[in-house]
Design a protein around this ligand. Structure first.
Ligand code: T4K
Length: 433
């Protein structure tokens, strides 16, 4: 194990991990059983269009969520658009500024105006007061995000939307399998949307789903997912093609079947990281809100530069050199991305977004999941402790680090750019939105 900053890969040492560790490393599906299922799909001749595997997958989603309906789609971005249309949203929709850009882009793409509200500094989910301040006569809905699997303040959001006659649609992309006070995510608001992208807790390679307990909304979603066709030939709506095919449904079924072992793996890793964080000032593991049962898919930390001695971006770069591909989701905040940043003043931003600004500079995610052994989490924890204990020396080496080796994006064994160049590039990328 490394004991001196001179051994850090950023300054010429060997990377701690030869094989890169990723945030969101896709879970492995047993290739043998998967191949048997692929074989049976191919032989069946039914490859897509509401096939038997899709129906099975939808039933499995509804079972986990304990909802009446689940409508599987090709991804969550399209699912958000279908749900927004099914709920007949118009004008402005309030979204948190601290989320993945797809939350906002999905709306913008179909001619709705996302309006950005700030988030709570402790849970990173929508701040109610900020959301309320964004409401205008043009607002048709609030679209909160259960970020990192943290369930939003659903009861208060329900009350707010009911009193202001707004629709409530959740982006639950991170929260499949999560619960709040025993109620599974999927039962909140008018409808909720999941992502089954390869990096998610349950994945279907690419995929998504809308879940709802409202028969009318479910019916419209099903129609809109398949071009707006009802029955065999009648075209009753402007629909899209948001269908999920059979092979994705097969992957989704395999992935759902192994959920509980992943929760256990995430918990075990979290405990290891938590022990390390306790002994470091300035690095805090984000806690799960009370009453919230999380899938643990995202391991989220916040960095206090003054206390830790290094800032978030320095830590991310130094870890990447070691083969630990930490992420800085979500930087920049959505309001700093185009087209929102350059839009007319007040169109998308009309309240202070201070918490989002801070979080987008201080939050980072570390690898977890079954692909990461607790021993590797421990090794990452030790690396972080080394950075913390020798922060002054690391900063000194950093400032003279023009020539030090850096990672190659796909292979840390192939140094490609210097640590300075990485930081410069990351900063430029952020500035460019
Ligand atoms: N709303 C929210 C709140 C979301 O977070 C997302 C998506 C959406 C809506 C939209 O959902 P979808 O329309 O995608 O269903 C990723 C994902 O592409 C995106 O789905 C996800 N959120 C977002 C948070 O992260 P990237 O570009 O940062 O991750 P990516 O694809 O580079 O993957 C991360 C790492 O995982 C890679 O560096 C390597 C590893 N990886 C990834 C893939 C895809 C693998 O090892 N194998 C793989 O197949 O966006």
């Amino acid at each position: 194990m490394k004991s001196s900053p001179f051994q850090l890969a950023a300054f010429g040492g060997a990377p701690a991990f030869r094989k890169p560790l990723h945030v969101g490393q896709p879970i492995l599906i047993n290739p043998e059983t998967m191949l048997a299922d692929i074989d049976s799909v191919m032989r069946s001749g039914q490859l897509t269009n509401n096939g038997p595997r899709l129906q099975e997958f939808e039933a499995a989603i509804a079972r986990v969520c304990r909802t009446k309906h689940a409508i599987a789609t090709c991804n969550a971005t399209i699912a958000l658009q279908i749900a927004a249309r099914a709920l007949r949203l118009s004008g402005e929709v309030i979204v948190p500024a601290f989320t993945f850009i797809a939350t906002a882009h999905a709306l913008e793409w179909i001619g709705l105006d996302p309006v950005f509200a700030d988030v709570d500094p402790h849970t990173h989910t929508l701040d109610l007061k900020s959301a309320e301040e964004c409401i205008t006569p043009r607002t048709s809905a609030i679209l909160p995000v259960h970020l990192w699997g943290h369930v939003c303040r659903t009861q208060q959001l329900d009350e707010l939307c009911r009193s202001r006659r707004l629709r409530l649609l959740y982006d639950s992309s991170h929260a499949f399998g999560c619960q709040q006070d025993g109620v599974p995510v999927g039962n909140f608001g008018d409808a909720e949307v999941f992502s089954f992208h390869a990096t998610k807790f349950v994945h279907a390679f690419e995929g998504g789903a809308i879940v709802t307990n409202d028969d009318g909304v479910a019916d419209r979603c099903r129609r809109l997912r398949a071009f707006g066709i009802s029955g065999l030939t009648e075209i009753s709506d402007v629909g899209t093609n948001g269908k999920m095919h059979e092979l994705s449904a097969v992957a989704g079924l395999h992935s759902i079947a192994t959920m509980s072992s992943r929760v256990a793996a995430n918990r075990a890793n979290r405990m290891v990281y938590a022990c390390h964080c306790q002994s470091m000032n300035g690095l805090s593991l984000l806690s799960t809100p009370e009453g919230n049962e999380s899938n643990g898919q995202y391991l989220v930390l916040t960095v206090d530069e003054q206390q830790f001695g290094l800032n978030r971006d320095q830590i991310v770069s130094l870890l990447r050199a070691e083969g630990v591909f930490a992420r800085s989701y979500f930087s920049p905040g959505c309001h700093q991305a185009e087209p929102y940043r350059s839009a007319d003043s007040g169109r998308h931003v009309r309240v202070p977004l201070d918490v989002t600004e801070t979080l987008s500079k201080t939050v980072l995610q570390l690898p977890t999941g079954p692909a990461l052994a607790p021993a590797d989490a421990h090794k990452i924890g030790l690396l972080l402790r080394l950075l913390h204990q020798h922060a002054a020396e690391v900063r000194r080496l950093w400032s003279g680090s023009e020539n030090c080796l850096q990672y190659h994006p796909s292979d840390p064994a192939r140094p490609a750019i210097t640590v300075r160049e990485v930081v410069h590039r990351d900063t430029k990328l952020r500035e460019a939105g």
